[in-house]
Design a protein around this ligand. Structure first.
Ligand SMILES: Cc1ncc(COP(=O)(O)O)c(C=O)c1O
Length: 454
């Protein structure tokens, strides 16, 4: 006789709980303890074909026994890169914060969406508290914002809001009714500015690249020159992106001077502080972002320097008139009903271009609760001190050469192998030096994969 599907629960709760208990143990042991143990490997790295053979990736008709599934969990962790490992030196990851991790786990477990108060009451209130705190650090007494899935999207949001603010009708009429819009950014900016121009129909040809000085900082006089050039070519300069903490050199554009230029030309002033924004927490280093309070919008990624883990990126606005909501709102009545039994101003989900939106505030909030602003400040200061220490060590060490003195926590250096030392005058010196770290262990010696030494 056929089983009645309604009389059986979809899941075996007891078995599920047992599985969770064992899986948590594996996560704790393999990913957290071993993942942060300097004597363990960052990753048991294998070539794609070998890894395909080792892992049983095939999906089949019938389910596998729990113990086998737990083995898969173990394998997944074992052959993955542990970005929290003390020897994981890839850019933009900063370790494992246990409170942030618990925030991520609670978020995953509750699996709610940030769009309305009725489905995310705690997180709607919490998101506003966290965003307010970030805005205060910028120097804004009021404003708006939203957590976005990454700094790239925060930058793209900025471009869209800037266009809407200048041409509100464009939401309905589209881009064909607009003049040729021009975007200004330094040549050191993050590539998401390029993606945004393409994605929003502005066109990458309409990005005017502004020159930088020897430290990679935007030259305000060149910004003005580029804006005048765009105007003389019939374009409408509507958006300037300045970067705080450029991706490679860690340069901070001179914000106050850039703000003056934006004011003179009526352009939206966006600051991409995805990387460098966290320096605002440090009383010693926040001067790097002097003038940020004059920005119209800011992108800031606590998931980079602050250790919240992916993803945690805030898009912050100085505007408090509801521009973000007007720009992106679609007023879908099935979700954002206006006759609810609470103040629907708490239904913040229509400020975004998404429908379902992951909760990104809890990991930062919990970590902030546990460490306080002072604890986070210490974390930032420590990163600066380590960078200073490393710079001094590099100067002492034969075969290593600083590219520039670090101003932030990016440290760019050359490793000069024996064969090239003292050959700076040779015509092919830079070409050969540039090949030293290409595609292998980063040392140019042996053929070991990057994560092989424990
Ligand atoms: C300056 C800057 N802006 C934006 C981004 C993009 O952030 P995300 O990776 O969160 O999209 C990065 C990432 O490296 C960055 O360094």
């Amino acid at each position: 006789m056929a089983e009645d599907p309604l009389s059986h629960p979809a899941l075996d709760k007891a078995a599920g709980e047992e599985f969770l208990r064992e899986a948590f143990q594996i996560i704790l042991e393999e990913a957290v303890r071993k993942g942060t143990d300097v004597t363990e490997k960052v990753c048991d790295w294998r070539k794609p074909q070998d890894l395909q053979e080792i892992l049983d990736l095939e999906l089949r008709g019938s389910g596998e026994p729990q113990q086998r599934v737990l083995e898969h969990c173990r394998d997944v962790i074992h052959y993955s890169v542990k970005t929290c490992h003390p020897r994981f030196f890839n850019q933009l990851f900063s370790g494992l914060d246990p409170h942030a991790l618990v925030g991520r786990m609670i978020t995953e477990t509750l699996n709610t969406s940030q769009y309305t108060y009725e489905i995310a009451p705690v997180f709607v209130l919490m998101e506003e508290v966290v965003l307010k705190k970030l805005r205060e650090l910028i120097g804004w007494g009021s404003g708006d914002g939203i957590f976005c899935p990454g700094g790239s999207l925060s930058n793209i949001y900025a471009m869209n809001v800037a266009r809407y603010q200048r041409f509100p009708d464009s939401k309905q009429t589209g881009i064909w009714a607009l003049p040729r819009l021009a975007v200004f950014t330094s040549q050191e900016c993050h590539y998401s500015v390029q993606k945004g121009a393409a994605f929003l129909g502005i066109g990458t040809d309409n990005i005017y690249l502004v020159g930088v000085d020897e430290r990679g900082k935007m030259i305000p006089a060149d910004l003005e020159k580029q804006i005048n050039k765009a105007k003389s070519e019939g374009a409408c300069p509507f958006f300037v992106n300045a970067t705080c903490g450029t991706t490679v050199l860690g340069a901070f554009d001179p914000l106050a001077d850039v703000a003056d230029v934006c004011e003179r030309h009526g352009a939206w002033f966006h600051v991409d502080a995805a990387w460098g924004g966290s320096a605002l927490l440090s009383r010693r280093h926040r001067h790097l972002l002097r003038g940020i309070e004059r920005a119209d919008s800011v992108a800031w990624n606590p998931h980079k320097m602050l250790m919240t883990g992916l993803q945690c990126s805030a898009f912050l606005l100085r505007d408090s008139s509801g521009l973000l909501q007007r720009c992106h709102g679609a007023n879908a009545t099935y979700l954002f009903q206006t006759d609810k039994f609470y103040d629907v101003a708490y239904d913040t989900g229509d400020k975004t271009i998404q429908c379902g939106r992951k909760v990104d505030c809890l990991k930062l909030w919990l970590m902030w609760k546990a460490n306080g602003t002072e604890g986070l400040e210490k974390r930032v200061d420590r990163a600066f001190e380590f960078t200073r220490y490393l710079a001094e060590e590099i100067k002492k060490r034969e075969g290593f050469q600083l590219v520039i003195e670090p101003e932030f926590i990016n440290l760019c250096f050359w490793f000069v192998p024996h064969s090239l030392r003292g050959k700076e005058g040779c015509a092919d010196y830079w070409e050969r030096l540039g090949k030293v770290s290409a595609g292998n262990a980063g040392s140019g010696v042996g053929g070991e994969p990057p994560f092989s030494d424990g």
